[in-house]
Design a protein around this ligand. Structure first.
Ligand code: BT5
Length: 322
């Protein structure tokens, strides 16, 4: 870990408290000059570090830049060996994850970014990812128990995100099958699960799980096309929770569910939170739009619908409207 990372980790863990340059240097066993250089470097990167002559350095409690230093101390034991890589801006964290896996097939970890310039939804759609107002992250996973079923992983992630939001904010998010999380009737989070094929074994060797969560309203609001759809977790700039805390909580929750994916035990919670069950829904089939009643979530996370002719059909992927 570089001195800059060590300084940041210390300040993150003692947010709102002051520490003198000398004490910091002693604690981290580095020179005062390197502390001073590290502080200047961090300030340039946008960290709100206040310096007072008598008291020393302090990281503002409002500081909420995504960083490895802030996330790692909050992670559970299961994630201690995972790499956490935070970017200021990137095209897409899912694309970056794929590039990393191409270079290093055994990589396990999480890529986060403050902003995505090519945030991706499903089926080539765009996920609007403006700077510093959302949490955009991709988990690089190896299949467990030979399960590479994207729907199961997406549904487990949806439950983990809901649990994290509820734990940290007390708000009760709901799920729109299959990958959208809603709060007060608006989409606050979308999930995109993609598999990378292992060429030798011709099986899915790695799974990239992308999660995009709108934290607070973007500076210039949402674009017109999603104005009536998108919502945010918090109304104002003064969120009670930081994005770093939310990222860590989502990861901790997900890594409780993931190793046990085969048991499908989380699916009951998914069903309870899924607000489409019992509702009339429509979905595309070829050039037609079919209307049906959503009646169940099956054991693979598929949506079972009752068609007007009395037959049932299971949707495994795609988009429904309600
Ligand atoms: C999704 O697709 O909702 C999956 C979004 C996954 C985003 C994450 S962020 C980290 C990782 N890196 C990536 O590049 N992607 C993943 P889908 O169900 O297809 O929904 C896309 C639709 O949601 C769009 O067509 C818009 O209608 C709407 N939308 C776009 N941006 C949004 C936003 N920020 N908040 C809410 N809705 C949005």
């Amino acid at each position: 870990m570089s001195t800059k990372e060590k300084v940041l980790q210390f300040l993150e863990q003692h947010k709102g408290e002051s520490i003198s340059g000398q004490d910091l240097a002693d604690k981290l066993e580095v020179s005062r000059t390197s502390v001073w250089k590290a502080i200047n470097g961090l300030k340039k990167e946008g960290y709100q570090i206040e310096a007072t002559t008598n008291k020393g350095y302090q990281l503002s409690v409002e500081n909420d830049l995504l960083s490895e230093a802030a996330i790692v101390p909050l992670l559970s034991e299961a994630l201690k060996d995972h790499r956490i890589i935070a970017h200021k801006t990137i095209d897409s964290t899912n694309l970056e994850a794929k590039r990393i896996v191409n270079e290093e097939a055994t990589f396990e970890g999480v890529i986060l970014s403050e902003e995505q310039t090519k945030g991706r939804g499903r089926l080539g759609r765009v996920f609007y990812s403006p700077s510093e107002s959302g949490l955009y992250m991709s988990l690089v996973l190896k299949p467990v128990a030979d399960l590479d079923n994207a729907t199961l992983i997406t549904t487990a992630a949806a439950v983990a995100v809901c649990q994290a939001i509820e734990t940290l904010t007390g708000k009760e998010p709901q799920i729109k099958w299959v990958n959208d999380i809603f709060l007060d009737g608006r989409k606050v989070c979308g999930i995109l699960t993609e598999g990378i094929m292992d060429m030798e074994s011709r099986t899915i060797g790695t799974i990239i799980l992308g999660i995009g969560l709108n934290f607070r309203a973007p500076e210039t609001d949402f674009p017109d096309v999603i104005q009536s759809i998108a919502g945010t977790l918090f109304d104002s700039k003064n969120a009670v929770v930081t994005r770093n805390q939310m990222a860590a909580e989502i990861l901790n929750r997900f890594y409780v569910l993931y190793p046990d994916l085969a048991s499908r035990s989380y699916l009951d919670e998914y069903r309870k939170r899924c607000f489409v069950l019992g509702e009339q829904v429509t979905f595309p089939q070829g050039s037609e739009t079919i209307e049906a009643k959503a009646i169940a979530i099956d054991d693979d996370g598929g949506l079972v619908v009752a068609l007007p002719n009395g037959e049932t059909k299971t949707l495994t992927y795609g988009e429904i409207s309600i």
